[in-house]
Write a protein of this length. Structure first.
Length: 346
């Protein structure tokens, strides 16, 4: 079965083709970074308009790159939620109409299921069951995964998602959008031992998270070290910011690692999948890899380009469900809020 995948939930248009025989045949991505950079964050209306401009040309490009004709597509999968409603509607409208025009089944994919299954695009794919740490701009969740659609939420963030905390702290340090990767880069120049930030909610039982306090901690640290009228030169200011970035990153990574270790101990499952935009973070990947090794288990991640939003994960998740016989009726829907646990088993 050959499936076309369409991702338009936020600020990236991602298109991919996945087939039963050939695996991932092609994938294309257009990032809207330049569109949103001058505003310091995603402007939803501009995101929708960019998806309108890019979705069809990128589909043509993905087909050409794979050497596939439109008529060979046997199913269309599109992200239906969660995400920005206008952005989602573009992919859903294109995907559902294209499936109707081609006379093939369509499938509405849950964006976080796409992230969660993304490591299965790699050669060393995890087997079920596993524990998944989903860390994106909108979600931080620990999920027990027994199969496609068999998801039990173990814990989640009570306030900001990890990626959101990265983005807000980056903005506070004067870094450009998109903040997460910029902050990680700056943290690489920082000294780990200079400031010590708290590890929120690790001193009590449970697997929930809270990250909003860390950005306030970063802000207060900045004001304490760089008060009005301070005498530091440009290089010294840059070093202070790098040290704050490092302390923030260390705190987020440590907290995530502590909770993952706890989830593994409590569940007895020693396979851990790390997915979502923040899983591109090098220090998080290294720490989880070492932790799982020490525990006698293994960590699995997508390659960095499939950590952040992309079409490949949507084509793959759609393919898993379409080949199991699932499809959508002749209508489409955007689901800005949609719980993973509401998905059917495939
Ligand atoms: O999965 P994703 O592309 O979009 C959502 O579904 O939200 O995740 C984007 C998030 C952003 O908050 C971004 O700052 C964060 O992932 N991110 C990172 C890194 N790369 C992306 N955070 C920390 N370190 C990174 N290297
Ligand atoms: Zn995402």
């Amino acid at each position: 079965m050959l499936v076309l995948g369409i991702e338009t939930s936020c600020d990236e248009t991602g298109i991919a083709l996945y087939s039963s025989d050939g695996g991932l045949l092609s994938h294309t991505l257009y990032s809207q970074i330049e569109t949103h950079a001058e505003f310091g964050g995603v402007v939803p209306e501009l995101a929708s308009r960019d998806h309108v401009r890019k979705t069809l040309p990128l589909i043509s490009e993905a087909l050409a790159n794979a050497g596939v004709k439109r008529g060979q597509i046997e199913g269309v999968a599109y992200t239906s939620g969660p995400g920005l409603v206008g952005a989602l509607l573009v992919g859903a409208a294109v995907g559902r109409s294209l499936a109707w025009a081609l006379g093939v089944p369509a499938l509405a994919v849950h964006h976080m299921e796409g992230h969660l299954l993304a490591p299965m695009l790699e050669e060393d794919a995890p087997a079920f069951p596993f524990i998944a740490l989903l860390v994106s701009g909108g979600h931080t969740q620990l999920v027990e995964v027994s199969g496609v659609g068999q998801y039990r939420l173990l814990g989640e963030s009570l306030d900001d998602a990890a990626g959101e905390a990265f983005d807000k702290t980056a903005k506070m340090l004067g870094l450009p959008y998109p903040g997460g990767p910029e902050l990680a880069r700056l943290a690489g120049l920082g000294d780990s031992g200079h400031f010590r930030f708290p590890r929120p909610m690790t001193d009590r039982p449970g697997l929930d998270f809270s990250f909003s306090g860390l950005k306030t901690f970063a802000l207060n640290t900045k004001y304490k070290v760089l008060p009005d009228g301070h005498k530091l030169d440009e290089q010294q200011i840059k070093q202070v910011k790098a040290d704050i970035a490092r302390a923030f990153e260390d705190a987020v990574v440590d907290t995530l690692v502590i909770k993952c270790r706890r989830a593994i101990k409590e569940s007895g499952c020693k396979r851990l999948v790390l997915a979502g935009g923040v899983s591109a973070n090098k220090r998080l990947r290294e720490r989880l890899w070492d932790t799982l090794k020490k525990e006698g288990g293994q960590a699995y991640y997508p390659r960095p380009e499939f950590c952040t939003d992309n079409g490949a994960m949507i084509a793959y998740a759609g393919w898993r469900r379409l080949k199991a016989g699932q499809s959508e009726p002749l209508r489409f829907n955007a689901q800005p809020r949609w719980k993973l646990s509401d998905l059917p088993t495939a």
